[in-house]
Design a protein around this ligand. Structure first.
Ligand code: HEC
Ligand code: HEC
Length: 285
């Protein structure tokens, strides 16, 4: 049978109508799980991250940042604004995101990763306009243009700050030296059953993937900390602790106590969550 043009159009249109009907049925059926504790499936994750990256890139072509971004005063202004408006979600040197930032899907990227991956105009654009469907607010009605550039200047320079330097400058800029209390949920006895699956969910809920590449966890290609594949076979944790399950739990719960110079913050991981996460990490080959 030869396909004439009208026939081709007919069959093409039929396929499109069926596909649209299928999509509509899928969406209205409620099968898709929108829980923030469930990862996106790989194609959805790819589509969302690629759209975000390309959309921001396309909107800053030809933009140049002001020449004073490396100016110490501008960075100091940016640090105070960042501490007030951004740290809750994106963390800061030595400080974790607050509870609100940890529970989000997608997780707000780590500040150092953003400073490395994005140009100053890209950061400025994202800060000014926000990002749909992610929880990233638009700041142009809240912060002036120089303030948005100052915050950008801080993000770009944050890579060079140690936790101690950040703490000192933050105290100087804001007068605030307090460490925020970490919320802890009540826990009964720990059950090893299903610990790997619970660990996978907990890893996302403490936003570990914003700093580490972890097999089985979809996230940005983050290299703030080392990749965690094969951690079970390592002799030491972070080069300072013999690699035993109890040491791993200690490290996950309070890395700053074990190594105050570490760039891994205290994320307020509970005892059970640390056990679940350690079980997941040791299951990785
Ligand atoms: C309520 C939480 C929240 C606050 C507050 C917040 N952000 Fe975000 N931010 C997000 C989320 C969520 C994303 C998107 C993550 C994704 O799409 O993977 C994001 C994305 C970004 C991006 C783009 C990252 C990229 O890789 O494309 C930049 C830059 C950024 N935020 C900077 C800031 C700055 C600077 C501030 C303070 C003025 C701030 N954010 C405040 C949650 C927040
Ligand atoms: C803000 C970034 C950041 C976050 C968030 C973070 N880490 Fe880390 N992590 C690091 C850095 C940096 C190191 C390297 C520490 C060092 O050597 O002092 C590290 C080290 C580690 C190590 C030791 C790795 C090795 O090769 O010895 C493990 C295990 C680990 N992190 C697990 C986790 C888990 C699980 C989470 C979530 C609960 C998490 N991290 C969250 C930054 C982070």
């Amino acid at each position: 049978m030869r396909l004439s043009l009208p026939r081709l159009i007919f069959w093409g249109a039929l396929v499109l109508v069926l596909a649209a009907g299928g999509a509509l049925a899928y969406i209205s059926s409620g099968i898709y799980d929108i829980a923030a504790t469930k990862q996106h499936i790989a194609p959805v994750y790819w589509a969302l991250t690629t759209a975000r990256r390309q959309s921001i890139r396309a909107r800053v072509i030809g933009e140049t940042p002001p020449s004073n971004l490396a100016d110490a005063n501008v960075v100091a202004t940016g640090l105070a604004l960042y501490d007030q408006h951004c740290r809750q979600c994106h963390g800061a040197p030595g400080l974790p995101p607050d509870a609100i930032g940890l529970g989000m899907m997608p997780a707000p990227p780590n500040f150092a990763q953003m400073g490395r991956d994005l140009s100053a105009p890209e950061i400025y654009w994202a800060v000014s306009n926000g990002i749909k469907l992610t929880g990233m607010p638009a700041w142009r009605f809240r912060l002036t243009e120089p303030e948005r550039w100052a915050v950008t200047a801080f993000v770009k320079s944050s890579l060079n700050l140690t936790p101690a330097e950040f703490r000192a400058r933050r105290e100087q800029a804001t007068g605030d030296s307090e460490e925020r209390p970490k919320p802890r949920k009540p826990e009964g006895p720990w059950e090893p059953k299903d610990a790997i699956e619970r660990g996978r969910v907990a890893i996302l809920q403490y936003a570990c993937e914003t700093c580490h590449v972890i097999p089985g966890i979809r996230g940005p290609d983050a290299h703030v900390g080392p990749p965690l594949a094969g951690i079970a076979g390592q002799l030491y944790i972070a080069g300072v602790l013999r690699n035993t399950p109890e040491h791993m739990i200690d490290w996950l719960r309070d890395p700053q106590r074990i190594d105050p110079l570490s760039a891994m913050p205290n994320l307020g991981v509970s005892d059970h969550d640390a056990r679940d996460i350690a079980t997941y990490l040791y299951s990785l080959r």
